[in-house]
Write a new protein. Structure first.
Lengths: 298, 298
């Protein structure tokens, strides 16, 4: 029975506590708000751009920030979706309807217009590794449009599982430098070239987020990107899910361990950000990864 | 075929290089020596005490240090074995013979004399968790006898797999503080209360060490401690072995990542070591773990 109101539970938390639908929704929102306030993710007057797909994580992030913005009125939000062009997977119809119903301004950009090719065609034609080219282009577009739309921060739907996976992936590939860019808020606040990224769902698990989205009846699809099924991340995800089953709380421990050393990593790997010789976008190399890929496309 | 002499290979290294028996033995010893020299594990005049069981790791460590000591003559070694009293598992007959044949002085101490009970009886009578009580008592005895025998350093047989497991275990249990005590050389050099621990096999894998011991025909048994089969470490070991099979080099990456942040961890978690109120042995608490356990035994 639910720990608080003795009705039928919908979930058992890692602590062993069981919660009913009503108490779970309350728990979920409280936890997101606590994270926002603890890490100062949103400041007064912020213009927050939420990066959205049609998935549970980003729609949940959008709805939580939308609700908070309507209630407290100290910041504004809008949404940005990127259509990579993945046939049979990416579909923004539901998202458009959701934003329209909730009066959230939605901007849509796509790979075809920006780079001349859909992701499907980039992969077919140039044999790129799907996730790495997609990641580079998405990050570039998110940053570019956050700046264009004068956003102070860019919110993403990353949850605890995503973060634990990234931490372990970087450990397993001896790529600790990249971990310095993780955490509940990343990037350089008040540097006009970057919108810092914030992760409101940082301490909420994949399972909790999926359940919340289901209970709130968001118009989402639960299908997975066809390119992501056999990636290094997928292997790490499977490994962590299996281990978490036998040792509940492992993902929390990973993220908590990581947060202890994150300030040390940031300090050790403090990057000198310059601008790309080609496109003038911020980069830590001479030429940014986007321009490198663009040259290969040409 | 062997990369160097084109004869029948006995192993394929992670790099894809294949080596014959002769070249593998050379590779193995060179790698251990490189580690000893890179991390300055042994200094001129050192009196090194090697912690030994009858297992492949400690016998290999002992033999490598013995050979080096005979060839270079700038340090001395002796061996220390701890008989915990694990029926059907711990047997020091072969070790005694090996040390006698090689004229290595071997000291043997046992739980029964030191604590009044064998490990088997401690577990039966007091329901202790085998690995944690064994670890606490072993570490205590190793340190105590290293001091008694005026050893400058204590060498152990930890290999790359052991280290990768410990690093990940501490991450998965949010116990990063303990990781500050890992590394190829640990402890406080020149503090007379401690003998620093050194790990000559730090960059050699479990598989490489097992093969080396087999090829050298050391009188070892390959059985596993009956208490270690279903521990948290065993789960992490299985997880890493499985992942390494699909992504060769993962264990190396884990250890390399770790070594990048080890100085930061040491700095962050620098312990103030005092002495135990009861037994006057060094400890970071008021009463050391050994005395805590002793009180429970009484």
């Amino acid at each position: 029975m639910c720990k608080f109101c003795e009705t039928k539970p919908v979930i058992e938390l890692i602590s062993g506590r069981r919660l009913c639908k009503f108490c779970f929704i309350k728990y979920f929102e409280k936890k997101a708000l606590k994270n926002i306030s603890k890490y100062n993710l949103i400041e007064k007057g912020d213009n927050i751009l939420v990066g959205v797909s049609s998935g549970k994580d980003s729609i949940t992030t959008l709805s939580i920030l939308h609700k908070l913005s309507k209630e407290r009125k100290y910041f504004k939000i809008s949404a940005l979706a990127i259509d990579e062009g993945i046939k049979g997977y990416r579909n923004l119809k539901n998202l458009k309807r959701y934003c329209k119903e909730n009066k959230i301004r939605l901007h849509i950009i796509n790979f075809k217009d920006e780079f001349g090719y859909t992701l499907d065609n980039l992969i077919k034609k140039f044999k790129f590794m799907p996730c790495s080219v997609c990641g580079v282009f998405r990050r570039y577009l998110l940053n570019k449009y956050a700046r264009k739309l004068k956003a102070d921060k860019l919110a993403t739907g990353h949850n605890l599982d995503d973060e634990a996976q990234s931490i372990i992936m970087n450990y397993f590939r001896d790529n600790l430098e990249t971990s310095a860019r993780l955490g509940p808020i990343t990037g350089i606040v008040r540097d006009k070239r970057f919108a810092p990224r914030i992760k409101p769902l940082y301490f909420l698990t994949e399972k909790e987020t999926a359940l919340y989205a289901l209970l709130k009846k968001y118009p989402i699809k639960f299908n997975e990107c066809p390119y992501s099924l056999s990636t290094f991340r997928a292997h790490v995800r499977n490994l962590l899910n299996e281990f978490e089953n036998n040792h509940p709380g492992t993902k929390y421990s990973i993220v908590n361990s990581f947060l202890e050393i994150l300030p040390l990593l940031k300090d050790k790997y403090r990057e000198k950000i310059g601008v790309c010789k080609e496109c003038k976008e911020p980069t830590s190399s001479e030429i940014c990864k986007v321009c490198e890929l663009r040259m290969r496309i040409k």
